[in-house]
Design a binder for this molecule. Structure first.
Ligand code: C5P
Length: 408
């Protein structure tokens, strides 16, 4: 019987196998993925080799199987880093309790854990263990940490276990794993050929030669959105206000300071864009006049006249040939009500709302997506993970609008 969905070619999956009875299911996973044209590179822990022989994976995938950090590094220079380069993802299945604890705490004492910590691709794990181990508070703590780090956890399911007990902890079946992997690696190309314009970070509005007004935005969410769009194959232009972040490897990075500069940069780029995602926290006001010299301190009151900045998103969303526009709203109160009003006012197919006090500067947030179908909550997770979920949602809405019947 053939398991799986559509054929995927030229994708590379690094398959990590740790010690658990469920390793037998992963043999079938390796076979089906290989048959579907996926290049499967297997790395096994010592304990995994007690359950299944490396030769089995080697025969089914046609690739050598790596098991030992030291031997492997001798045979292949820096294998603990290089094996994951070029991989679309790492899947660890089964992921044992011990391996999950190591991952959550950043340990790197064997080849697989070292590869995971040195990866530059996504990591998915399929836990498999006894129900008591699964429920153990330390295990749940570790899982929480991994989720926050953006690791995708699939399963486990509930059912009869190898030990004879019944409960949560059974690894997903091979067919379910195949489907999860295929959906994940297909996502890499979902936005190929699309130009995505992203604004990120704060703007800084000068008052005099050394002072100005700005806001607390770190730029983390906008940069994560740019990265997630890149991961899905899009061409990304990132226009950013001042941040302390390293830009992801976008196709074009434009650094700006003020809202007016950001507007000009957006106007110069927007005709190329299929999708515009306005994540920037643009300052709503700027000084009516900027003093070229530093204003001198005195004991008198000082008034600064502020005038409204242009609304960049509105300027784009009301263009006759507007790209597909997505806005963000950071609110401190009445989140949904304010966000829904903003979506209407700016005529947006999708508005992403979050609580300012939770999101600003933080590495994680909860998002509420408001679109024509209503509200979708993305529960709290690392910003990069939220950005990936958001981009998949944007992809679906975009395709719906342009009547392409695709699924991710
Ligand atoms: O109106 P408000 O600032 O609350 O709307 C937030 C959304 O509008 C964000 O997507 C932000 O990037 C965008 N915005 C903008 N130009 C402004 C103010 C906000 O593009 N001047």
């Amino acid at each position: 019987m053939r398991i799986g969905v559509s054929v995927v070619s030229k994708k590379r999956v690094l398959l990590g196998v740790t010690g658990g009875v469920a390793a037998y299911k992963v043999v079938e996973l390796a076979r089906v993925l290989t048959q579907d044209g996926v290049d499967v590179q297997t790395v096994m822990t010592k304990a995994a080799c007690r359950f299944i022989g490396p030769v089995t994976f080697q025969s089914l995938t046609g690739n050598p199987v790596y098991t030992d950090l030291w031997e492997t590094n001798a045979a292949c220079d820096m294998a603990h880093i290089n094996l994951s380069r070029g991989a679309n993802m790492i899947l660890v299945a089964p992921a044992s309790a011990n391996f999950i604890a190591k991952l959550a705490n950043g340990l790197a004492d064997d080849l697989l854990s070292t590869l995971c910590i040195a990866r530059d691709c996504s990591l998915m794990i399929a836990p498999a263990m006894n129900r008591q181990m699964w429920q153990n508070p330390a295990m749940q703590r570790n899982l929480l940490l991994l989720r926050q780090d953006g690791v995708k956890i699939i399963g486990p399911a509930s059912g009869e276990q190898a030990c004879g007990e019944i409960g949560m902890g059974r690894m997903l079946e091979a067919s379910e794993l195949v489907e999860a992997v295929q959906i994940f690696i297909q996502a890499d190309t979902l936005l190929r050929g699309k130009n995505i314009l992203v604004t990120a970070g704060p703007t800084y509005e000068a008052i005099d030669a050394v002072r100005g007004i700005t806001n607390n935005s770190s730029g983390k969410m906008g940069y994560a959105v740019a990265k997630a769009a890149l991961e899905m194959g899009a061409k990304v232009t990132l226009i950013s206000g001042p941040t302390c972040l390293l830009s992801p490897a976008v196709d074009k990075f434009i650094s700006v300071v003020s809202a007016e500069e950001m507007l000009r940069a957006v106007q110069a780029e927007v005709s190329q864009a299929d999708i515009f995602i306005s994540v920037a926290a643009v300052a709503d006001y700027r000084a009516a006049s900027i003093s070229q010299q530093k204003l001198k301190k005195s004991t008198n009151k000082l008034s600064v006249e502020l005038i409204p900045n242009p609304d960049i998103l509105m300027a784009v969303s009301t263009l006759p040939n507007a790209p597909f526009c997505i806005g963000f709203a950071a609110e401190t109160e009445d989140l949904e009500k304010n966000a829904a009003a903003k979506r209407n006012r700016k005529k947006l197919p999708l508005l992403v709302a979050n609580l300012a006090q939770d999101a600003i500067g933080s590495d994680e947030n909860e998002l509420i997506l408001l679109d024509d179908d209503g509200k979708h909550v993305l529960p709290k997770a690392a910003k990069i993970e939220q950005a990936r979920r958001l981009m998949k949602h944007i992809y679906l809405l975009y395709n719906k609008k342009f009547k392409k019947n695709e699924k991710y």
